[in-house]
Ligand binder design. Structure first.
Ligand SMILES: [Mn+2]
Length: 340
């Protein structure tokens, strides 16, 4: 564990929080976004020797009950749960699993904010900066710096050693995380991919909005798209005037830029993500029908391939109900041959 090699700023921890920390050994946080990493950073500031596992939501749902604390993820076993996902909140209420020791608040912009509040360190200036970047990231308000660290997190989301390095950089530098040498190295390594993300996003906006005037899009990504560009495809479509995008990712090929993402792919599945802006559509409720969840304007699900036809049918129905016309666009090596 490289934890001890990095000197982290020291913060005042209230006695009440110290008592809780004494009973916490093993922690799980969300692996694939800045809120999860910022939460890990706050935990490292609280107790640098904590054993932190970085899990996806799917992994958390199947995880053994070995954790004392679970952050930005569904509750695992009897662990303390700190989270802000409404899907999780409603599940816990329904099954009477929410206890006094949990802090699950769907109104909170980030789990990191709840975590700092839980341990009474939300007044600390360094911690405030970490909360601020987690809030911005989870509300989709990406600054240039947050965009870059989010890409590095996505690229390394299956690589625990790298995720810990990123969390340590955030713990040490706060919102100045780009001062970390390892993060800077990763950014220059990923520069060509990020360029490609830009031209792919422009291609989608041009084909769907500029040429054809559609605001509702079902975007099926079958091949030829670097994994870390997928967020940009949705984000840019929404920023350029799109109202709703349902992204279906069924790619099977290896990712040349972020190989750990495609090292141990399970059975063929369809990963669904939805982004919504400026229309009345509850992405979370829609994807809960398919075992997914998240937030009203940003939600996700993982489907087995046999459920894809019925999913598509319902997506077309729902989107045309709220938006009128819907466009289906399939991105694959053939359709992308003209994109620079
Ligand atoms: Mn979050």
């Amino acid at each position: 564990m490289p934890n001890k090699e990095v000197s982290l700023p020291s913060i005042d921890i209230p006695d009440r929080a110290k008592k809780i920390l004494e009973r916490i050994e093993r922690v799980a946080v969300h692996a694939s976004d800045l809120d999860g990493i910022a939460s890990a950073a706050i935990l490292l500031l609280l107790s640098p020797s904590l054993k932190i596992d970085f899990l996806s939501v799917t992994e958390a749902k199947k995880a053994p009950a070995i954790y004392d604390l679970v952050v930005d993820l569904p509750k695992i076993g009897n662990a303390i749960n700190i989270d802000h996902h409404k899907t999780n909140y409603e599940y816990l209420i329904q099954h009477d699993l929410l206890s006094q020791k949990d802090l699950v608040d769907p109104e909170s912009p980030s789990a990191a904010a709840l975590l700092a509040k839980y341990f009474g360190i939300d007044g600390n200036n360094h911690v405030k900066k970490i909360i601020e970047i987690a809030n911005l990231a989870d509300m989709g308000k990406f600054t240039a710096e947050i965009y870059l660290i989010d890409k590095i997190i996505k690229c390394n989301s299956r690589n625990p050693d790298s995720l810990l390095k990123i969390a340590l950089a955030v713990a040490k530098y706060g919102d100045k995380f780009l001062e970390d040498p390892w993060l800077r190295e990763e950014i220059s390594r990923l520069e060509p991919v990020l360029k490609k993300c830009g031209s792919l996003s422009n291609f989608v906006v041009k084909e769907v909005i500029k040429k054809r005037g559609f605001r509702a899009l079902i975007l099926h990504v079958e091949s030829g798209v670097p994994r870390i560009c997928i967020g940009d495809l949705m984000h840019n479509f929404i920023e350029e005037g799109g109202r709703i995008v349902v992204l279906i990712n069924t790619m099977r090929e290896k990712d040349p830029y972020c190989p750990s993402l495609t090292e141990s792919m399970g059975p063929q599945a369809a990963r669904i993500s939805i982004r919504v802006k400026g229309i009345e559509f509850d992405a979370r409720k829609f994807l809960e029908r398919f075992g997914g969840g998240g937030h009203k304007t940003a939600a996700g699900a993982k489907l087995s391939m046999d459920k894809l036809p019925i999913f598509l049918l319902e997506a077309f129905e729902e989107l045309s109900r709220v938006c009128g016309q819907v466009l289906y666009l399939n991105l694959n090596k053939n359709t992308l041959c003209e994109v620079p």
